[in-house]
Design a protein around this ligand. Structure first.
Ligand SMILES: Cc1cc2nc3c(=O)[nH]c(=O)nc-3n(C[C@H](O)[C@H](O)[C@H](O)COP(=O)(O)O)c2cc1C
Length: 209
């Protein structure tokens, strides 16, 4: 599949084949492809909870408008966006700094500069922390949907759910926001896929003030 086909054929698929499992290796491949997603300072503030167990998926479904695709898809993911993923001392922030030092992109003595810059850009207000986490996790989610499509999988993103309910039910720590849920599997053959949805045109997207 070339890129045009991948981006055109990806659809939010409402009906999943309940008989067709998604293999661990294929899901892993999709996630590893999506891990190529860019992020601010390469901080990658995203994580996933993978639900495959029917009971766990039903628990989630009840907190998400009872959308059947959550339990019908063989895998449903809870996307997490780390609002603290810019902060000095955070394991991935420190890992990232060390990787940059090892790659020759930073000097060890720049640690304070790096910490201060990340704090100013991403941490100086709750809004900035939220924006940092969700914009980067959103890019990751999009990559994941396209990676899945390129591997023959279908997906459905959802933000129709009780955020605090999901946090509580799945013991999600406070530092994470939950931008969306994503059903992953195979479109149920014979089910009706809605016609392609309208999109804003070039002229409607481009603005000038
Ligand atoms: C962030 C986000 C949240 C969404 N939440 C839901 C949802 O809770 N339930 C649902 O049925 N569709 C949901 N959708 C799917 C959209 O309605 C769908 O992507 C859009 O209508 C365009 O259709 P297409 O993806 O098939 O091109 C969501 C999509 C996105 C990107």
């Amino acid at each position: 599949m070339d890129f045009k086909e991948v981006i055109t054929q990806r659809r939010a698929v409402n009906f999943f084949d309940t008989e067709k499992d998604v293999s661990e290796s294929l899901l892993r491949e999709a996630i590893e492809l999506a891990a190529k997603t860019p992020s601010g300072f390469n901080l990658q503030p995203w994580s996933l909870i993978i639900l495959k167990d029917k009971e766990e998926k039903m628990k989630l479904q009840k907190l998400a408008w009872n959308q059947p695709k959550i339990s019908e898809a063989p895998a449903t993911l809870i996307l997490l966006a780390d609002r603290q993923g810019w902060k000095a001392g955070h394991p991935f922030v420190e890992r990232n700094f060390n990787e940059m030092v090892n790659a020759g992109a930073m000097k060890p003595e720049q640690h304070q500069w790096f910490a201060d810059t990340c704090a100013a850009l991403y941490g100086s207000s709750e809004d900035k922390q939220q924006a940092f986490a969700c914009k980067n996790a959103g890019f990751f989610a999009m990559s994941l949907m396209l990676a899945a499509k390129s591997l023959g999988l279908d997906t459905h993103p959802m933000d129709g759910f009780d955020h605090e309910g999901v946090r509580k039910a799945f013991r999600v720590p406070e530092n994470y926001w939950i931008p969306l849920l994503m059903a992953v599997g195979y479109f149920r053959k014979g089910a009706e896929l809605s016609p392609p949805k309208w999109r804003k045109s070039f002229d409607e997207i481009v603005v000038k003030f």
